[in-house]
Design a protein around this ligand. Structure first.
Ligand code: HEM
Length: 184
């Protein structure tokens, strides 16, 4: 099942490889596919714990796979910026970042998903799992980054925001109940 999830998650990259030659703006297309892939998988990685709480279905064993796939897409996305768009030219990276402040928000979101990927091994997760709640900050920052990058929001942007509000809303509701009733 984890292999199937990974294969489905990597399909857009197959499409990107196939469509690259005929793309009008290949770099923009790669930014979109890798950025959208990273944000969608980040949202999907939150669903297993919601499912467990809301409908008692336990898909928690797939959470790490989905989280690491989101990180892989974010890493490709950042590589598009550093290697393809900025051609490894440090000055150009600084120049672009100064011109596009939404990039800073992306950098912080990326730093969080990088930390989570590095601490996702069994041993490290046992030590750092409480910091994995930072995924919610990464999601909010990634949403802000993508909205800011796009200037005009379309159906996709509103769709991911709606999904995120539902997932974050359920968590806040659950946390509130926990605090109110000290439920274990
Ligand atoms: C070092 C970190 C990052 C950098 C330098 C970066 C850079 C960029 C750039 C330059 C764009 C605009 C592309 C364009 O329209 O021309 C963009 C868009 C986007 N980024 Fe990032 N990004 C970073 C991190 C992230 C992360 C961590 C995520 C998600 C988890 C993400 C998701 C997106 C999305 C969804 C878009 C909009 C794509 C579209 O609809 O076309 N980015 N990013």
């Amino acid at each position: 099942m984890k292999t199937l999830i990974s294969l489905i998650a990597l399909l857009p990259l197959g499409y990107a490889y196939y469509a690259l030659e005929s793309a009008i703006d290949p770099i923009k297309m790669l930014y979109t596919i890798t950025g959208v892939g990273a944000i969608c998988l980040l949202i999907l990685s939150l669903i297993p714990s919601t499912c467990k709480r809301v409908c008692g279905q336990n898909f928690l064993r797939y959470r790490k796979t989905i989280g690491l796939l989101s990180f892989a897409y974010a890493l490709l996305h950042v590589s598009v910026f550093i290697v393809l768009d900025s051609e490894l030219d440090f000055l150009s990276i600084v120049e672009k970042s100064l011109k596009k402040p939404f990039i800073y928000v992306g950098v912080i979101a990326f730093a969080i998903v990088l930390f989570m990927a590095l601490t996702s091994t069994k041993k490290r997760f046992a030590r750092f799992s409480k910091y994995h709640k930072a995924v919610y900050i990464a999601l909010i920052l990634a949403l802000l980054h993508s909205f800011w990058a796009q200037k005009v929001a379309g159906v996709f942007e509103y769709g991911v925001v709606a999904m995120s509000v539902i997932l974050l809303g359920e968590r806040i509701f659950h946390l509130k109940n926990n605090l109110l009733y000290n439920a274990p």
